[in-house]
Design a protein around this ligand. Structure first.
Ligand code: ZN
Length: 255
């Protein structure tokens, strides 16, 4: 049994490191609006073409001590974080006692929100091709679960409510406060997991984002008018929601 666990860890590291490396490439190219089709990767600072030795997930980062081999400029820690988080995702997918054992829906959803977390954090972007995949995935899952019509109606309701919320806040603060990408992501969550998870995700995201903004303002790191990316809070919100919902819903929404 213990050997099975070792095998799962090794497989998770192999798959996770490869897909993590691909996720890093997507994050970088989507944030810089670069073609995803270009084959070779470059150092963003000195434009040195990265060789095989620079591209081994996790290992290259540690061997190069987090610096470019050519210009010695520090490489973003995000590369290592993504290459470590992706194996955890694959471990949860393969581990027999995991809540997402062999659940391809959760794996794909988890992989895409991992990429979205960092594109929004780095560039205030939730790229439409990725959020569209989540919407498509939600429609397919709802169709297979025979709940497509009800989820589409609820998603439409959410989208209208959130657009109204966006309009009011933009009017009050006289700037773009709540991105359309955030709305598409919330609609995708509603299509994938139902309205309860979507509502509790939004609730968690507003509380977490609000607390974080207040903290930054109190520490004088941001002013009231500075924007913070909301996508990462939605993504943390969805992770909290699965457990949070069981405990808090009876108190919060009186269901
Ligand atoms: Zn360089």
């Amino acid at each position: 049994m213990i050997y099975d666990t070792y095998l799962i860890i090794i497989l998770s590291l192999i798959f996770g490191a490869c897909f993590g490396s691909f996720a890093n490439m997507l994050i970088y190219r989507l944030c810089c609006d670069q073609s995803l089709l270009r084959v070779r990767s470059l150092c963003p600072n000195c434009n040195n073409t990265l060789g095989l030795i620079d591209l081994i997930p996790i290992v290259s980062f540690l061997l190069l001590r987090g610096r470019c081999r050519c210009c010695k400029k520090p490489i973003l820690k995000r590369y290592l974080v993504v290459e470590l988080l992706t194996p955890i995702l694959f471990f949860l997918f393969l581990y027999p006692h995991s809540f997402m054992l062999l659940n391809l829906h959760y794996l794909l959803f988890g992989y895409i929100i991992l990429i979205l977390f960092f594109t929004d954090l780095e560039s205030y972007l939730l790229p439409l091709p990725l959020t569209s995949i989540l919407v498509g995935l939600g429609i397919a899952i709802s169709f297979l679960g025979d709940v497509l019509l009800s989820r589409l109606m609820v998603a439409l309701l959410f989208a209208s409510g959130l657009l109204a919320f966006r309009y009011i806040f933009n009017h009050i603060y006289k700037q773009d406060t709540f991105g359309l990408g955030d709305i598409i992501l919330l609609v995708a969550i509603s299509l994938n997991f139902g309205w309860q998870i979507c509502l509790s995700t939004f609730y968690c995201a507003v509380i977490l984002g609000g607390c974080y903004s207040v903290m930054l303002i109190a520490l004088k790191k941001r002013s009231r008018n500075d924007l913070i990316p909301f996508g990462p809070f939605i993504i943390i919100g969805i992770l909290c929601s699965f457990k949070f919902l069981e405990i808090a819903v009876p108190f919060l929404f009186l269901i």
